[in-house]
Design a protein. Structure first.
Length: 169
């Protein structure tokens, strides 16, 4: 057990509600946070599991690469803090959210999707059903260029889009 305890101490899991943002530089991706009475400067935010658990975040010191603290669920951060963290992450992690599936052509080895994302309309090409992975109600789609698209909750899609995606999983 000593190794597990040491590991847990090193990752320093904090209560999401205790995280405050004092300042941030969205362009450089740096953030200064206060957790309790401790101030952490020049942190970068990392998603160690961007596909399977994108809301688990590491706040890493830029100068030495050590973990300052960890947040288990970014959705539990305060509203203002969560918005800043998402903007910073959005500059470094490109994972568009699919809002609507307009069409899916499944002829041949390649699937061609016409979708509406949070970044606009686009065409996605995938290598068949194996490119669509379900994590409960969350769906991840990886295109032929290894760009990852997500559907955070299949139940929030319109009926037609949900029917199309359910035919593949």
């Amino acid at each position: 057990m000593p190794m597990l305890k040491r590991f847990l101490d090193e990752v320093n899991v904090v209560n999401e509600g205790d995280v405050e943002v004092l300042e941030y530089d969205e362009v450089r991706g740096l953030i200064t946070c206060k957790v309790g009475s401790i101030i952490y400067r020049d942190l970068v935010i990392r998603r160690p599991f961007p596909i399977t658990n994108p809301d688990f975040l590491l706040f890493v010191r830029q100068d030495d690469g050590k973990i300052a603290f960890t947040v288990r669920d970014a959705n539990k951060l305060r509203d203002g803090v969560r918005d800043i963290v998402r903007r910073i992450l959005g500059r470094f992690y490109f994972m568009p959210t699919i809002i609507k599936i307009r069409s899916l052509d499944t002829s041949g080895d390649e699937f061609v999707w016409e979708v509406e994302t949070d970044r606009g309309s686009t065409t996605i090409r995938t290598r068949g059903r194996s490119s669509v992975v379900s994590f409960g109600s969350r769906i991840v789609i990886v295109d032929i260029n290894d760009v990852v698209y997500q559907i955070p909750d299949i139940n929030k899609l319109d009926r037609r889009s949900r029917k199309i995606i359910e035919s593949l999983i």
